[in-house]
Design a protein around this ligand. Structure first.
Ligand SMILES: O=C(O)CCC(=O)C(=O)O
Ligand SMILES: [Fe+2]
Length: 224
């Protein structure tokens, strides 16, 4: 049975059986990908918002590294981003769903997820993100990575897939996920090597991270 969990205000919630699959997949292989995981109307509203942000030049070129180590590297990563700031109803709806997911995962897996940060991302034609992991062991402030794709009817020749590689041999590709609207991925941030393959069309998504409340060497871990 597909029990839909309720969120306030009559908004679409998360599907209970999809959530159970997500938890099982995280335990068994460290990553999950589910089609139609997030409601189509919400994906469309988020996609519209990202296109407006892009048209009004409210996106900034993404870099790599945090804090003092932040640098632009178009040879590694070619997207432009905008951090979610709860400005729209669609953002608040999505963040409510992620809060619900956080609660369910903490209940099932005791991961101690503490907060969530996320940004819109737009990869222009030709852009990619080379193979990487999202956090490093021992400094794993980012515990669980998420990506929601926002592109309706992604063409078969569109490229732009997320490639996932084996944890113990990162030259071995184990899956490719098309960035189709509604598809949601999550994976353990320090364990799953992944890449965005070069896209042929503008590619829209929201990348997000559940974080632990970590402090490094006496310094509070910078939020971004
Ligand atoms: O958009 C994707 O498929 C993945 C993006 C990613 O790996 C990241 O932003 O760290
Ligand atoms: Fe990543």
């Amino acid at each position: 049975m597909n029990a839909t969990l309720m969120v306030p205000g009559g908004l679409a919630g998360l599907d209970g059986s999809a959530l159970a699959q997500l938890v099982d997949a995280l335990v068994e292989r460290g990553w999950f990908a589910g089609e139609r995981f997030i409601d189509a109307a919400l994906c469309q509203a988020l996609h519209d918002e990202l296109r407006q942000l892009s048209a009004s030049q409210a996106l900034s070129e993404a870099g790599i590294g945090r804090g003092d180590h932040h640098q632009l590297r178009r040879d590694i990563r070619g997207d432009a981003i905008h951090w979610l700031d709860r400005e729209s109803q669609a953002q608040r709806h999505y963040l409510t769903l992620m809060a619900e997911l956080q609660q369910q995962i903490n209940r099932a897996l005791y991961l101690g997820l503490f907060e969530f940060e996320a940004h819109f991302a737009e990869y222009p034609p030709g852009a990619f993100y080379k193979r990487h992991v999202d956090s490093f062991q021992g400094r794993a402030n980012r515990v669980l990575s998420t990506v929601l794709y926002l592109n309706p009817e992604w063409p078969a020749d569109g490229g732009g897939e997320m490639a996932i590689y084996a944890e113990d041999d990162e030259t071995q590709e184990v899956a490719r996920i098309r960035p189709e609207a509604g598809t949601f991925m999550c994976f353990l941030s320090d364990r799953v090597p992944h890449a965005v393959l070069p896209t042929r069309y503008p590619r829209a998504s929201i990348a997000g991270w559940f974080r632990r409340n970590a402090s490094l060497g006496g310094r509070i871990d910078p939020a971004r």
